[in-house]
Design a protein. Structure first.
Length: 223
């Protein structure tokens, strides 16, 4: 029976070579982030390319990201959106760490997408509610969540308000290094990810697919 395979360094290099070449700003962001102690939080270039492709495939013009880190994922999506819609594209980038926002903004300017990314500092739960109240309900085309895992349930609930029919949301790290399949693991993050996977799978308001991209990527489309 066929199944997803693990990627060694040689196969990873081949995969990246066969994907579209990274924009220099994306490459610089990824390389500099790799020197940080928390570099494991960065998505891979192939995941960034996949997200940009999905944004283009869905015709995304309005996107929301929860958890910016150093800005790679937001920049990947923003480049695809700006390429199609120019300055009319908009990415709302939600982050609670001021220093990370400042770092990300440097890369966004280098990638010429700072004009279409609107960073919002603060608690994402509050910000998502405010965005809905301010007119974005049923209007968002694309969402990406890579933040506190115990908050994923709240972010999913907010997404169902914000997304238009046909809009998609992506949750990162849903495999959590394999912990979700380990019956001995019962920490709060692991349990939250298990609960989310079951909740989305059984929700008749969405169509969903659970993939092994990166550390697991759960994708749901609002019906």
């Amino acid at each position: 029976m066929s199944r997803s395979i693990g990627l060694n360094e040689t196969l990873t290099d081949y995969l990246r070579t066969m994907n579209p070449e990274e924009h220099p700003a994306l490459k610089r962001c990824r390389a500099e982030t790799a020197t940080r102690g928390d570099a494991r939080m960065q998505i891979s270039p192939e995941q960034g390319a996949f997200m940009a492709f999905l944004a283009g495939l869905t015709g995304a013009k309005i996107a929301v990201e929860v958890g910016v880190f150093t800005g790679y994922s937001a920049m990947s999506v923003a480049m695809a959106m700006k390429g199609k819609y120019g300055e009319q594209a908009r990415v709302y980038a939600l982050e609670k760490d001021h220093d990370l926002i400042a770092l990300a903004e440097k890369y966004w300017a280098e990638g010429d997408v700072d004009d279409v990314i609107q960073p919002i500092l603060g608690d994402a739960r509050k910000t998502l509610a405010e965005l809905a109240a301010e007119g974005l309900a049923e209007s968002v085309d694309f969402m990406f969540v890579d933040a506190d895992k115990t908050g994923y349930g709240d972010y999913y609930a907010a997404a169902l308000t914000l997304l238009r029919p046909g809009g998609i949301i992506l949750f990162d790290n849903v495999l959590w290094g394999g912990s979700v399949a380990d019956p001995a693991k019962h920490d709060a993050d692991t349990e939250a990810l298990r609960a989310l996977a079951k909740r989305v799978r059984d929700d008749d308001r969405v169509d969903q697919v659970f993939t092994a991209i990166g550390d697991g990527l759960l994708i749901a489309m609002k019906r």
